[in-house]
Write a protein that binds this ligand. Structure first.
Ligand SMILES: [Zn+2]
Ligand SMILES: [Zn+2]
Length: 242
């Protein structure tokens, strides 16, 4: 079995670095913000619609549509054949596993010293387990940390429309430290609805980790992607390294 590092390595060319905080970078999701605002438009709207949003979103990569990472993140859900979907699923989960392995200490240093389990966000437009939840089974140490805690609730969610009632917590989470993982972050409506439901049920969401944060093609750093860096590391260190 190839390692997650071996499987994910060729994907570096599809990924784009996520910037550290600074002018033009949203303090919540690290997407692009207008220089006079601390958050992007979506985070300003969506985090105001739920009572307990997560203010620490740590994407692995930015990506534009269309593009190679977009094709990968679509392919594991909607690939033409089962073989295609499985091949893409291995790529997607290897990216997430590598990020959590390499930058777990960065995430743990933020708050609360770590997490008790990771949880996935159910789909809003398809039945059955979320493809990411299924893909996690390909990496046993990741699967061992995974708990499915959420099911769809009664409230509708859409682009820029989040709700405390979008998801229902189906298992005991009170007092638990939870890392929310997802494949994509567009406006954050699903992730923030999930984070709020978990926190209203008594959990603490340490961070939300989407694999890709969708941005306009011109947004963000145009530097090459480096698996060894994440957006939680101070900019000074990034410059020192480069
Ligand atoms: Zn944002
Ligand atoms: Zn890091």
């Amino acid at each position: 079995m190839p390692s997650v590092h071996e499987v994910s390595e060729p994907l570096a060319g599809l990924c784009r670095p996520v910037p550290a905080p600074g002018p033009g970078v949203c303090v919540v999701c690290r997407g692009c913000a207008r220089p006079e605002f601390s958050t992007c438009y979506s985070c300003a709207r969506v985090t105001a619609q739920v009572r307990r949003p997560c203010h620490r979103v740590v994407p692995l990569s930015l990506y534009a549509i269309p593009g190679g990472l977009h094709a990968t993140l679509r392919g594991y859900k909607d690939g033409e054949s089962g073989a295609d979907r499985r091949r893409y699923a291995a790529l997607v989960v290897s990216l997430l596993a590598r990020f959590l392995f390499d930058h777990g200490d960065c995430l743990r240093s933020c708050r609360a010293g770590g997490w008790d389990f990771i949880t996935t966000v159910p789909s809003t437009n398809r039945d059955g387990p979320h493809p990411l939840a299924s893909a996690l089974r390909l990496v046993p140490w990741l699967a061992a940390q995974h708990q499915e805690t959420l099911v769809r609730g009664t409230a509708a969610m859409a682009h820029n429309v989040a709700s405390d009632d979008g998801f229902v917590v189906r298992s005991g989470v009170r007092g638990a430290r939870v890392l929310v993982v997802d494949d994509t972050f567009t406006t954050g409506a699903r992730v923030q609805s999930a984070a709020s439901a978990l926190q209203l049920a008594g959990a603490r969401v340490v961070a939300a980790v989407p694999i890709g944060r969708v941005v306009d093609p011109c947004c963000g750093e145009q530097a090459p992607f480096d698996f060894g860096r994440c957006c939680l590391e101070p900019r000074a260190r990034r410059q020192e390294v480069s």
